[in-house]
Write a protein that binds this ligand. Structure first.
Ligand SMILES: Nc1ncnc2c1ncn2[C@@H]1O[C@H](COP(=O)(O)OP(=O)(O)OP(=O)(O)O)[C@@H](O)[C@H]1O
Ligand SMILES: [Mg+2]
Length: 250
């Protein structure tokens, strides 16, 4: 893991205005993620984890603040440039794999590439290799709707990595899976993180998963903090304090 920063968020503010009232999710939130790091973000439901991940992923814009990827600010980009940045740099995994059920696993992994203009034989080769990495070669021609939840999440992982992103952002990737299947996905996420030389940010409620990342931060009352040792101990996570976080930027 390099000490150079891959992502740097400065003084982020996010306010949702609805029904005539302003809901401040966070204010002056700063974060630095090193190149090659696996950062876990935990926090109570409603604390703003998904909101933060959407901002980092350029899917939503902060009310104020800046987000740099390798020194380049993405907040000021036009919609078109932001979409282009997302396509080239980021891979996303969500709690719900959101595959097209009538299409095969292979076609689902090919789809974003085809939309981007990659030739069909090349997209098929890349998709097939991606499905091999997630150990789904035998199922590549099965319709996505016929696959189990864990298999669908493995297809979603292959789809997220097909364009060789530098950064993987995942929001509760094991959230709808049983324990064993969740463990399988965690193992894959860790393997793929290394194999693809990724920088990864994982939002999770799974403290055991979080504890296996390089660093854990908790989003609480609008700021990122070190989680309490007791909380992690209760989850059976043995943590080295240096892996929890630190510095001016958390
Ligand atoms: N588009 C929106 N408009 C108004 N309020 C929103 C919007 N999106 C999220 N919120 C509010 O912002 C707060 C944070 O939501 P967010 O989804 O980021 O939480 P979370 O930490 O991801 O929760 P969970 O663990 O349940 O997924 C919540 O109170 C939510 O109701
Ligand atoms: Mg969420």
């Amino acid at each position: 893991m390099s000490t150079e920063s891959a992502i740097r968020a400065e003084s982020l503010r996010k306010v949702y205005s609805s029904g005539g009232t302003d809901l401040i999710i966070f204010n002056e939130l700063s974060l630095e993620v090193c190149r090659g790091e696996r950062l876990a973000i935990i926090g109570e439901s409603g604390s703003g984890k998904s909101t933060l991940l959407h901002l980092l992923g350029g899917l939503d814009r902060p009310s104020a603040g800046r987000i740099f990827y390798e020194g380049k600010d993405i907040v000021g980009l036009t919609e078109r440039h932001l979409a282009d940045f997302r396509n080239r740099t980021l891979g996303f995994v969500w709690q719900n794999p959101s595959l097209l059920p009538e299409f095969s696993a292979l076609e689902n992994v090919m789809m974003p590439q085809l939309i981007r203009g990659v030739a069909s034989d090349k997209a098929s080769r890349i998709a097939s290799e991606g499905l091999r990495e997630v150990e789904l070669t035998a199922r590549q021609h099965h319709r996505a709707g016929e696959l189990s939840g864990g298999e669908q999440q493995r297809v979603a992982l292959a789809r997220a990595l097909a364009a060789e992103p530098k950064v993987l952002l995942a929001d509760e990737p094991t959230g709808s899976l049983d324990f064993r299947t969740g463990e399988m996905i965690i193992g894959l996420l860790n393997d793929l993180h290394r194999a693809h030389g990724l920088t990864s940010v994982f939002v999770t409620h799974n403290l055991s998963f979080a504890g296996r990342c390089d660093r854990v931060l908790e989003l609480r009352k609008g700021s990122l903090q070190l989680p309490s040792a007791m909380e992690l101990q209760e989850a059976g996570v043995v943590q080295d304090a240096t892996r929890l976080g630190g510095g001016t930027y958390v």
